[in-house]
Design a protein around this ligand. Structure first.
Ligand code: SF4
Length: 263
């Protein structure tokens, strides 16, 4: 991999036909090659959006080897486990040149939501859980995406049915047609684990406690034997997408709009 020589601040965009051709070309490429395409194409108008899960750490580690000052975006929902706060500091120290945006939800929206529906509204109904995710996580991210031309995610096809058809590169029509890059789309969990080990990348400490997907403290638990890796997210819900809503419009319908309607 070569160090990028240029950064660009000019807007870069593609139409459906162009991105379709690029996706065909990149879909059987290695994740590092897909990431290099993203970084060389979008310069400083692309960022890694991550909740510090293993997949995001693999993307980050690969990206840093190409562009040490790659942009990273994460959201502090206000309900994260203490381990995640500590881990953010650890990751920033491990990759000292990375540029971080730690986003926060709008305080007035959180206050209004909590006053009307309680601190733990997510336990009341799927709609209220989606509302909490909208206010605390999705809205800050949507705002950040408005300033980008592309974003890297850690999505993989084997994570959940709603992700089975993702491409390594696709247009994100739910976020103004920017480009969404899922460089690990065809990897499986054990490949991610092996990559992190081989490359000495930081691993969130909760994985050692049986967690297989990480999110807010009250909505995430370790999985039990035989369960899917995302079974520990909102485990009390049945028949609802195990998604916060940032990927929902593409993969599961308009759940987030229903959530917005009750606010
Ligand atoms: Fe709220 Fe739970 Fe979603 Fe976090 S994961 S934003 S606490 S509903």
């Amino acid at each position: 991999m070569t160090q990028l020589l240029e950064r660009t601040s000019e807007r870069v965009s593609f139409d459906d036909l162009e991105i379709g051709e690029i996706a065909l070309d990149l879909d059987d490429q290695e994740p590092e090659d897909v990431i290099e395409w993203g970084l060389s194409t979008f310069g400083d108008r692309i960022a890694i959006v991550t909740a510090l899960q293993a997949d995001g750490m693999a993307i980050l580690d690969m990206a840093v080897k190409i562009k040490p000052d790659v942009r990273v975006i994460t959201v502090d929902t206000g309900r994260l486990p203490q381990e995640t706060y500590q881990f953010i500091d650890e990751v920033r120290a491990h990759y000292p040149r990375t540029q971080w945006d730690v986003l926060f939800p709008e305080a007035t929206e959180v206050e209004a939501m909590v006053q009307r529906r309680g601190v733990n509204l997510f336990r009341n109904s799927v709609e209220e859980r989606m509302l909490c995710c909208q206010i605390r996580k999705v809205r800050p991210l949507v705002k950040a995406l408005q300033g980008l031309d592309a974003w890297f995610t850690g999505l993989r096809r084997d994570q959940w049915a709603s992700r089975a058809a993702i491409k390594k590169v696709e247009l994100d029509h739910d976020h103004e047609g920017i480009v969404k890059i899922n460089a690990l789309a065809d990897w499986e969990g054990d490949e991610v684990e092996a990559y992190l080990k081989e490359n000495g990348a930081p691993v969130h400490p909760l994985y050692a406690q049986g967690f297989t997907s990480l999110g807010c403290a009250p909505c995430t638990r370790p999985i039990q034997q035989g369960e899917n890796d995302r079974a520990g997210r909102w485990w009390w819900e049945t028949g609802a997408p195990k998604e916060c809503g940032i990927h929902c419009p593409i993969e599961t319908g308009s759940f987030e709009h229903e959530a917005q309607a009750i606010f």
